[in-house]
Design a protein around this ligand. Structure first.
Ligand code: DI6
Ligand code: FE
Length: 403
């Protein structure tokens, strides 16, 4: 037994692991940790002999879940879009704002003008709010640079978050987010001359964990996304896609054909697309923040996802335009209240299934071999996490086994 052994006791563990118990609950549990990794979890009366002399840390009878995972964010970006928020309140639709040169491209202008330090300082303020909610892993996309230099800067900032905070960051290249103004009307040229070369450069610098795209009428067509995904496949990178957010272009089906780890938004997904995701093991990432902000009326097909056993994740989609939502706990409540997900589905959506949406295999449940990234809550039942609105019951956060 190394000196870095410790056993957390006096706790109830919502493990979210495979189990007949709702939430994979183990009451009166203990969690043995060795060098920041969970070595054993079970009843405190059954702690293995090898841990008999390890230091014991009481969690005061509290409820413990895996650290929360926000698997879809645009948390690195310059500026804000409060004025467009006002425009929409005066009747302009999200697509009208986009076609009027607002939307994503207006954030591009602010991001291109921001330094790496400015982008990092702004991002850390948003990261700290998530950390305070028990989040231990965040996915961060590029996509507001849309030129080589700024896309690389965004991804370097995403990586720099890990040097400044106790958090795991997974990056996604989103060069296929929008066509920048200098390429307006020349989408294909942008894909060939900027997006794909930038992906190669970012990959060469070790900045890319996955490749994403925005498949939509106001963004890129499936054939254009496929060209980016072909390069991702050549580079050995997993893919994911913003799909069927405002219409059905068959984006989720395209993503599933590339074995995508996730298809995200999917309000307009049909059963054909759900079946393709089920066959490919693609996770459905549900983003109530954009649905709510855009006052969308078409809810994602939760019943079809359940029918075909497609795992559902939930995420904030933190971005300055369609989802300025900086709370993963509120996202849980929105997933239940707006889309009728159950509190257990919602909690699995920000732990077990969120990890799967990122292709992460060492987080998301409390089980042997998983990182000892845990959230300790002052709640009596896990459903309280989705039930309350604007209330944060986090008692403490354990990252890599350290409180
Ligand atoms: N879909 C969205 O809702 C966001 N990006 C995307 O692909 C919008 C991002 C923004 O409005 O800045
Ligand atoms: Fe998004």
């Amino acid at each position: 037994m190394t000196e870095k052994c410790k056993v957390f006791v006096d706790l109830n563990a919502a493990t979210l692991d495979k189990s007949d118990e709702p939430y994979g609950m183990i009451k009166n549990a203990a969690i043995a940790v060795v060098d920041g990794v969970i070595d054993w979890v079970g009843l405190v009366t059954a702690v293995p002999e090898t841990f008999k002399t390890a230091p014991r840390i009481s969690l005061g009878g509290r409820l413990v879940t895996p650290g929360l995972i926000d698997c879809h964010t645009h948390i690195v970006h310059g500026g804000d879009r409060a004025v467009e928020f006002e425009m929409r309140l005066n009747g302009a639709s999200y697509e009208e704002v986009a076609r009027a040169g607002g939307g994503i491209v207006s954030t591009v202008k602010a991001t291109r003008a921001a330094t790496e330090d400015e982008l990092l300082t702004d991002a850390l303020r948003r990261v700290d709010v998530l950390i305070a909610e028990g989040v231990t892993c965040i996915e961060v996309k590029s996509g507001y640079g849309l030129d080589v230099e700024t896309e690389l800067r965004m991804l370097r900032v995403a990586r720099a978050i890990m040097a400044n905070r106790a958090i795991v960051i997974k990056t996604s290249f989103l060069g296929a987010h929008a066509t920048p103004t200098e390429y307006v009307g020349r989408d294909d040229a942008y894909i060939d001359e900027v997006c794909i070369p930038t992906l190669r450069a970012a990959h060469a610098e070790g900045l890319v964990d996955a490749v994403d795209g925005f498949c939509e009428g106001i963004a890129f067509q499936p054939a254009q996304i496929a060209r980016v995904f072909d390069v991702a496949r050549e580079l050995g990178l997993p893919v994911k896609l913003h799909a069927e957010q405002l219409s059905n272009l068959g984006g989720a089906k395209l993503a599933a054909s590339y074995g995508a780890t996730s298809a995200d938004h999917i309000e307009y997904l049909d059963e054909d697309g759900v079946q393709a995701m089920a066959d490919a093991g693609t996770v459905a990432v549900i983003l109530p923040g954009a649905f709510y902000t855009l006052r969308e009326t078409q809810a994602p097909p939760i019943d079809l996802l359940r029918k075909h056993n497609v795992p559902m994740a939930l995420a904030t989609d933190i971005n300055p335009g369609s989802s300025p939502l900086n709370s993963l706990l509120l996202t849980l409540n929105m997933g239940c209240t707006l889309f009728r997900m159950t509190p257990e589905e919602a909690l699995r959506g920000v732990t077990q299934h969120a990890a799967r949406a990122l292709g992460v295999h060492d987080s998301g449940t409390i089980a042997a071999g998983m990182r000892a990234d845990l959230a300790v809550w002052d709640i009596r039942h896990p459903a309280e996490l989705a039930y309350r609105i604007g209330f944060n019951p986090l008692h403490s956060r354990i990252f890599g086994g350290s409180v």
